[in-house]
Design a binder for this molecule. Sequence first.
Ligand code: SF4
Length: 197
Amino acid sequence: MDYSQIKKNFEGHGFTTQVFSTKEDACCYLTDMLQNQTIGFGGSETLKEMGLFEALQQKNAVVWHNKIPGMEVRKLANCANVYISSANAITETGEIVNIDATGNRVAMTAFGPQSYYYIIGRNKITANISEAYSRCKNVAAPLNAKRLGAKTPCAVRGDKCYDCNSPSRICRIISIIERVPLGMKCEIIFVDQELGY
Ligand code: SF4
C-alpha cells in the first residue's frame, strides 16, 4: 500500500506518522522509544495481537483493563502520561473515528495524555468520514459486541448494526478527531498488515 498521501494528510492535521511493514517492527519501535513511562492502553485487539503489553511492561508501568478488568483500572489508565490504542476507523483524508461504550478511550483521544499513539492496521483505513462511520458501526462494533458477549442484535446476527436500544449497546459515544487536540502530541503508527477490527 502507498502511504505517502495519507501520511501527508495526517501530518497536515498536526500528527506525526510512522509506517512499518510488520507489527513486530512497530512493537520494536515503541519499546525502543518508551522507557520509564506510565502508559495506559485502550481496549484493542490490535495491541493484543502485537503482544505490546508484554513488550512495554518490561521497562514501563503499563495499565490495561484487558489484564485487570474493571472501571478503576480504566480510570488509572486515564491518568497515564502516554496512551496507546488503535482506532475503529481512520480516513485517507486524515481523521480518526472511534466508538466507545464507557468512553475511557474516547476521553483520552481528546484530553489527558501528553502523548497518544494510534496503531493502525491497513484494514482500518477508509476513504472518508462516511465510510469510517459505517465501518465503526457495521464492522468494528458487531465484532466487538460478539467478543464481549453483548446481547445485541449485531452480536447475535453478526452482519451489521441494527441501531439497537439494548441495555448492552456498546455504541454510546462517537468521536471524530479532525486535528490533533491542542497541547497533545499524537502519532499515527501505520502497520501494513491486517490488525484487530
Ligand atoms: S448500535 Fe447496537 S446493533 Fe448497532 S453496532 Fe452498536 S451495539 Fe450493535
